[in-house]
Write a protein of this length. Structure first.
Length: 425
């Protein structure tokens, strides 16, 4: 007989008395906090750029690591939405796909440890392969994960749910950032052992996340009654679906502009290391300020979404995105300003994802949530070119043009929000 913890729970609707809502609230928080704690050890804005430098990667390759993550997160959901179409329960799919990607990442630590110094090119290739597979699986199961959240957390409290998630995730990653600083600054752990240990700690966090996912008590979801059909049939539904869900389209357009923050993100720490001559141990300090930004802004974005509407939260995030590269430019006169750059980057990056997820879940019918996640993510996928473009510009013209272009495009996204009316969810 199935354990009570894994038994499907009938859903009584988003606004109704959802059974086991309190249990799922904290299990999902535990999952997210463990995940955030784990991935901070392979953070794409601080840790990985330094690892790529040690593996002799060119600036365009450093930008590529962020592009791979974005593509891997945003493209697979379109295929996953087709696979799980018509399923009232998603937990089995979620656990299986997550396990594949996280198992692949387990192999990276020994490769870095034993081959990082002698065979940097092979290590670099394996890093790209396992990192891409990990985020591809995470992106694919994200459709099911968001649907489970939507079934378990009423719409009126989702802003607080995501705000709490960002707050707790930031709190647990502060000591992780301090640990990163100690490891990278330790004379006992020379390269490549230092980065191998960080990747091992990442796997530990992901294992804890996987355990939390297995404890979810999933409510039974609604299905739309449409025959699944082939993948081509699935694709033919998309134009009509977009036309019927203009609110989703508007939120997605704003996010596409604001995702430009990712263009400069991988290069702040490289700029600080190469141009400002900052010690490598400062990576942990910068990461701590990045997580502090997540902690302090998470409740703010949640409150703005519930009190004044998603567009108001988007505007605040847009200002934070503009602030990060602006401070990086000013740091050429005073390097002590750089922690503030990471503070605003952390608050904006995590906030943008959470505010958009909340808005997306509320803008479509429950039965259409998997398709909405897949379609919107596919529309956002071209933003993967932002970091790659940033790497090409940095390699050809330096870091200042990258920061300036980021400010310009983010400002355009901020202006776009002014054309929309902000209303509470």
């Amino acid at each position: 007989m199935a354990n009570a913890r894994s038994r499907p729970i009938p859903s009584s609707g988003d606004e109704g008395n959802i059974q086991h809502a309190r249990w799922n609230f904290w299990v999902l928080q535990a999952d997210a906090v463990s995940f955030f704690w784990g991935v901070v050890f392979i953070d794409s804005a601080t840790v990985l750029p330094l690892l790529l430098l040690r593996l002799h990667a060119a600036p365009w390759a450093i930008g590529c690591i962020n592009s791979i993550r974005i593509l891997a997160v945003f493209l697979p959901p379109l295929f996953a939405a087709h696979l799980i179409h018509g399923r009232p329960l998603h937990k089995r799919f979620l656990l299986g796909v997550c396990a594949i990607g996280r198992s692949a990442l387990l192999t990276l630590a020994p490769v870095v440890w034993f081959m990082g110094r002698a065979h940097p090119r092979i290590t670099l290739i394996w890093l790209f392969v396992t990192y891409g597979l990990f985020w591809s699986c995470d992106g694919a199961c994200g459709v099911s994960w968001l649907d489970i959240i939507a079934k378990s957390v009423p719409a009126r409290t989702r802003g607080r749910f995501f705000g709490t998630m960002q707050l707790l995730g930031g709190i647990v990653t502060i000591p992780a950032a301090a640990l990163i600083s100690l490891i990278l600054g330790s004379s006992r752990l020379a390269f490549p052992a230092d980065f191998a240990v960080l990747i091992g700690l990442c796997s530990l966090g992901l294992l804890s996340s996987q355990i939390a996912l297995s404890l979810i008590r999933e409510p039974i979801g609604e299905v739309d009654g449409i025959i699944k059909g082939s993948f081509s049939t699935h694709l033919r539904r998309i134009p009509g679906f977009i036309n019927e869900n203009r609110t989703m389209l508007r939120y997605t357009a704003i996010r596409i502009c604001l995702e430009v923050g990712g263009m400069a993100a991988p290069f702040y720490v490289v700029y600080a290391r190469q141009s400002l001559q900052i010690a490598v141990a400062m990576t942990g300090i910068y990461l701590a300020f990045q997580k502090l930004g997540e902690i302090l802004t998470g409740p703010l974005w949640g409150w703005l979404s519930e009190r004044w509407g998603v567009v108001a939260a988007y505007r605040g995030i847009g200002l934070a995105i503009i602030a990060a590269p602006s401070i990086a430019l000013l740091s050429s006169w005073n390097s002590l300003l750089m922690p503030a750059c990471f503070f605003f980057m952390g608050g904006a990056t995590q906030g943008l994802w959470m505010v958009f997820s909340n808005a997306l879940l509320d803008s479509v019918q429950p039965s259409n949530r998997p398709l909405a996640v897949g379609v919107s993510n596919a529309m956002i996928a071209p933003t993967a070119l932002y970091p790659l473009l940033g790497g090409i510009i940095a390699q050809s013209f330096g870091y200042f043009p990258v920061f300036g272009l980021t400010i310009a495009v983010a400002a355009a996204g901020l202006l776009l929000t002014l054309t929309f009316k902000s209303e509470p969810l």
